[in-house]
Design a protein around this ligand. Sequence first.
Ligand SMILES: [Zn+2]
Length: 350
Amino acid sequence: MGLCWKRSFKQILKRALFFAVYYSGVLHLLIFILKKFKKRHCASILFYHRFSQDLLDGYQLPHLVISEFKKQMRHIKKWYSVISMDELEGSLANENDFTSPSVAITFDDGFLSNYTLAYPILKEFGLPAAMIYLSTGFIGTNNAPWVDELMDILSTTKSSTLIFPELLGDEVLNISTRHQKRVAVTKLFNIMLRLKHKQKIIKMQKLSKMLGVDEIIKENAERKMLNWDEVTEMSNNSISFGAHTISHPTLSKMEISEAKREICESKKEIEARIGKKVRHFAIPNGKKEDFSEKLKKYCKETGLKTVVSTEPGLVDGKSDPYFLRRILPPPPMYVFACELARYMFFKKIS
Ligand SMILES: [Zn+2]
């Protein structure tokens, strides 16, 4: 309890500091000076998922309200060099650091809102060098990766409590408020992450039946992911595409031959659809334990040039191209701007 209080106090203090540094203009002055006088720079790879016009129940980061994305894009365009994953890979191949602080923009999974909401903003700011990693099995369908299905179930249900002994034991979760729904999503996500892929799917079906939303979700099912026409249109307008498996499984939790098939087939399908080579891959879920040395080697053999994770951190000339770290951009704007600058100029590269 004491520790928790101390942590939240520290959090409030940090936010207050960020607020002051951002709105006083100190941050911008600092970025200006550091850009001018620092000789060696690094790069940050930002990663986004799904966007909405307004905040929805049960949704949390990496889901983002589009107005926040717009502010973030305006900021990075003004203060940093925005580069493509190909340009980033070029620097890594030559073991070079970056001549200016650089940012690459990436999106995971291939959500429809990448096209309807984010793409117009990228065009407006002239930032077309973004990378979208596709889980090809969902493209053009009403289904989404399991984490988003989980958020959809919690956001749709009218139930106020969740009893699910198979996953939660005796615990009863309250799920009536927006905050409670988010806590429940995090809890279920962490438990289900440890399950094998097939088991995960079974538990999800049980959960949606139990919370009385399976029929509602089916009836109201709208397409959540991009279709191939939208992918092709964006590909013809400077957006790049990378592979992110077929079904978004935890690769380390399946047979190695199956994991290899997930990587290779998603790469091949995108290449066939857009008529361009796919050189970049994103690990589903993206933590260290979700990947392996064997799979790294396999990615190299199939011609992939970079692999991105979701482990937080920066990229410099010495980074491993087959396990690049990324940054999840947090709202609101002043936190994003300060956190990004903190990473770019003050963090040690691990
Ligand atoms: Zn993903």
